[in-house]
Design a protein around this ligand. Structure first.
Ligand code: ZN
Length: 449
């Protein structure tokens, strides 16, 4: 019997999920409808969930109850969505140092995972089975926006991938979601050739991965003359998608990249739709704010720290949680007709922003993009600002790189940061990923935001 995507979607997956009493498909079908609700109706759903959560916290969560009391708030203080801003922002530090678990939930009975900790700040996250099922459901909705359909195989370029090991996992992989992996910790010629062989045998329709890792795959494909990797859809996730890498990926595969944004603490936050004009915010499950450095909300088009309230994780609630990323909200509407509001893009982590002596923030990713497009011969670049006076650049030189390039880059950085800044350039053969498998191109060690 040949197991086709049609059989997986319409027979095996519903059967397996029914047997395990999973409500995933039920949630997903609902989400397919709500995405086309009007913005007003979606905000109404969001408000109802926020109100319910607020009441729940007051009665069932000592950590938040104390936070309410310290801020002079009660269960009746939330009269409208804007009132949530009366509650102080939640930091990673607080999450690590306090018990956020609500009454009635036991850690041992919850799903547990750790965040990657690529900033050196690993966190323990707990959620209910139901919350996890809802996350699966909306991820599925957003995967479809890229052009993938349930049941179709996936090729993932991922760090430390979780390959199926147990019999149950292998059966699931075969009957529901066939997946092959290229480990970003080991993108050698041999590994890419093996990935291409596997690709040919299961023919994934979706290529999924960290933005830069997919870009590296493109280079290898070109170098090795591989023609078998032909996805219908590409999703880039987990890190900034730099414009020149995006166009290189799109040229290689002849498919538009669907960029998305999320984090392990609260799940998928925003995703591009098939129009690729900004990212739709997942407001059914999250309340998302963009807050400027002075504490006021960012307007459409302005930089703001991303602050998220998870409306569905009652076991370990994240309320006004500062993810440490900076994004740009948007008031534009999308021609696709979805009522979910847009954000323009994620500009990077707060730690990706470099700092000038006068305190001005500079998006490291823009400096890299400018350097790569203006000056000849730079293959890759990583910026590390150790202190206000010093910036180190790790550069992977390409064809045409020379001492003139060095001088031009130094001149450019001095234009931006002032003549006093000390710039050192180190030539490296490659930029290494972090332990999580993600890449960081701009690292600022100066306390900024
Ligand atoms: Zn859209």
């Amino acid at each position: 019997m040949i197991i086709t995507p049609f059989l997986r979607k319409n027979l095996f997956e519903p059967l397996i999920l029914f047997k395990s009493r999973s409500p995933r498909l039920h949630y997903w079908r609902k989400l397919e409808k709500t995405q086309y609700y009007s913005r007003m109706r979606l905000e109404e759903i969001q408000w109802q969930r926020l109100e319910r959560l607020w009441r729940f916290l007051w009665e069932n969560n000592d950590f938040y109850r104390n936070k309410f009391l310290e801020a002079g708030l009660t269960e009746k203080s939330l009269q409208g969505p804007d009132d949530i801003t009366k509650l102080p922002i939640l930091t990673k530090e607080e999450v690590r140092n306090n018990n956020l678990i609500s009454k009635g939930f036991q850690k041992g009975k919850l799903l547990h995972f750790k965040t990657g900790g690529s900033t050196g700040k690993a966190l323990d996250i707990f959620l209910t089975e139901e919350c996890s099922e809802i996350r699966h459901a909306y991820t599925r909705r957003h995967d479809r926006w890229a052009g993938w359909e349930p049941g179709e195989p996936v090729g993932a370029v991922w760090g430390n991938p979780k390959r199926p090991i147990t019999f149950k996992q292998k059966i699931f992989n075969m009957l529901v979601q066939p997946k092959i992996f290229l480990d970003t910790m080991n993108i050698t010629d041999e590994a890419v050739l093996e990935f291409a062989r596997e690709w040919q045998s299961i023919k994934p329709s979706l290529l999924f991965g960290h933005a830069h890792s997919v870009f590296i795959l493109c280079r290898k494909i070109k170098k090795l003359g591989i023609t078998s990797i032909r996805p219908n859809a590409i999703i880039s996730s987990s890190m900034m998608l730099i414009p020149h890498e995006r166009s290189a990926i799109e040229q290689t595969f002849g498919v538009k990249v669907t960029d998305r944004y999320g984090c392990e603490e609260v799940g998928l936050i925003a995703s591009e739709c098939e129009r690729h004009k900004g990212m739709h915010l997942n407001i059914e499950h999250l309340f998302i704010e963009f807050i400027k450095d002075d504490g006021t909300p960012a307007n459409s088009g302005e930089y703001g720290r991303v602050i998220v309230t998870d409306l569905i994780n009652f076991a370990m609630p994240f309320i006004r949680y500062q993810i440490e990323d900076v994004g740009i909200p948007s008031e534009r509407t999308c021609a696709c007709g979805r009522g979910l509001p847009l954000m323009e893009k994620v500009v990077g982590r707060t730690a990706d922003f470099l700092v000038k002596k006068d305190g001005t923030m500079v998006a490291g990713i823009s400096l890299i993009e400018n350097s790569l497009t203006r000056y000849r011969g730079i293959d890759q670049m990583q910026i590390i600002q150790g202190c206000l006076d010093e910036i180190k650049l790790n550069i992977v030189p390409g064809r045409g790189y020379s001492a003139v390039t060095d001088q031009a880059v130094i001149r450019y950085f001095k234009q931006v940061f002032g003549d006093e800044i000390n710039i050192t350039i180190r030539k490296v053969s490659k930029i290494k990923p972090e332990r999580s498998g993600k890449y960081r191109f701009s690292i600022c060690k100066v306390q900024a935001f």
